[in-house]
Design a protein around this ligand. Structure first.
Ligand SMILES: C[S@@+](CC[C@H](N)C(=O)[O-])C[C@H]1O[C@@H](n2cnc3c(N)ncnc32)[C@H](O)[C@@H]1O
Length: 317
């Protein structure tokens, strides 16, 4: 499951219900990729033409449209707040993820972040941790974070105030994430005892599925958030931000702008985790590299500590 997100780009072209395949002209592809870029920041090079064709063919079929020009015209006329605009974005996003993906980040959490936080608590810091999983897809990442924290804290977990904001642009993956139900064969990375601690086994119609237990789900608030929106509707300074395997879909200016804004959203000495093929500019962002695509916000000389503002509600369960 932890294949590169790029692998998911190589999808077969889908055919129309009548067996015919609608082709996409240069003009149609350019018009659609311009629209997608403006809507999401996702930058599609000329090599992504088959992807656009394949992913949007389903919408053409469902709407019984004859061409991509018709589809483009429809989305433009319905506008950015329309359902079709959102469905177009949902079709284009690549949502590859898995539990404890890039496990070295969870090792860093267990071996560095959480022990350091425990020391700070001994020195009078509140038992509070604010985390943002930005581009959370179907929820495996934020639930893995919650489980790693609960495992580390053990019997003292109830004393901790942990809240995880998990956001994505794609409403379809957010609905699946919120339900927290996964096919059992996607949970292979999770040891048996952890499965029993953190999941419920499905019965009847849900046989073969496992659901994340309510006590874990209530730590995560799923929200739609488009990372290219400015400003973000967020008042919290986060101790940890996971923004992994999301920025690869953006061009350099967009990626750099988002990384700077993520850095500004961290608490002083907060940690940013990026995906394995992503990196942050350290000279301009106030971030310093800790290796393994892990970055810490440098304390500003003489600046007062940032007071975290708890602005998130637990997810509805
Ligand atoms: C490959 S998944 C990464 C999931 C998870 N972070 C991981 O590393 O396993 C990329 C996610 O980024 C989301 N995404 C793409 N563009 C976005 C945007 N402009 N704002 C927010 N999320 C976006 C996609 O919907 C998708 O779910």
């Amino acid at each position: 499951m932890s294949a590169s997100p790029h692998d998911a780009f190589e999808l077969p072209r889908q055919s129309m219900s009548n067996g015919m395949q609608v082709g996409i002209s240069d003009r149609e592809f350019n018009a659609l990729r311009t629209l997608i870029y403006a809507a999401s920041g996702i930058s599609l090079s000329a090599t992504r033409r088959a992807l656009v064709c394949s992913r949007l063919s389903r919408r053409l079929r469902e709407l019984q449209l004859q061409s991509f020009s018709d589809y483009h015209e429809l989305v433009v006329s319905e506008g950015p707040d329309s359902e079709e605009y959102q469905l177009m974005i949902n079709c284009i996003t690549t949502n590859m993820t898995s539990f404890f993906r890039e496990n070295h980040h969870f090792d860093h959490l267990r071996n560095k972040v959480l022990p350091a936080l425990r020391e700070r608590v001994r020195a009078g810091h509140p038992r509070r941790l604010r985390v943002w999983s930005a581009g959370c897809s179907t929820g495996e990442e934020p639930y893995s974070i919650a489980m790693a924290c609960l495992n580390f804290w053990g019997t003292t977990a109830a004393q901790w105030d942990l809240r995880i904001l998990a956001s994505d642009i794609d409403t379809e993956v957010l609905a699946r994430a919120d339900a927290g139900r996964y096919p059992a064969d996607q949970l292979e990375n999770i040891p048996q005892d952890q499965l029993q601690t953190h999941f419920l086994r499905g019965r009847g119609d849900w046989a073969g599925f496992c659901q994340v237990r309510p006590e874990v789900r209530q730590l995560v608030a799923f929200r739609q958030l488009n990372l290219i929106e400015d400003p973000w509707p967020i008042r919290t300074q986060f101790d940890l931000i996971f923004c992994r395997n999301v920025l690869i879909y953006f061009d350099h200016p967009t990626k750099n702008r988002i990384i700077s804004r993520l850095a500004d959203t961290l608490t002083e000495d907060g940690t940013l985790f990026l995906g394995h093929s992503e990196s942050a500019e350290t000279t301009t962002t106030g971030l310093m590299s800790l290796g393994n695509t892990t970055y810490r916000r440098r304390a500003a000389a003489g600046a007062a500590a940032v007071t975290p503002v708890p602005a998130l509600k637990p997810a509805d369960t």
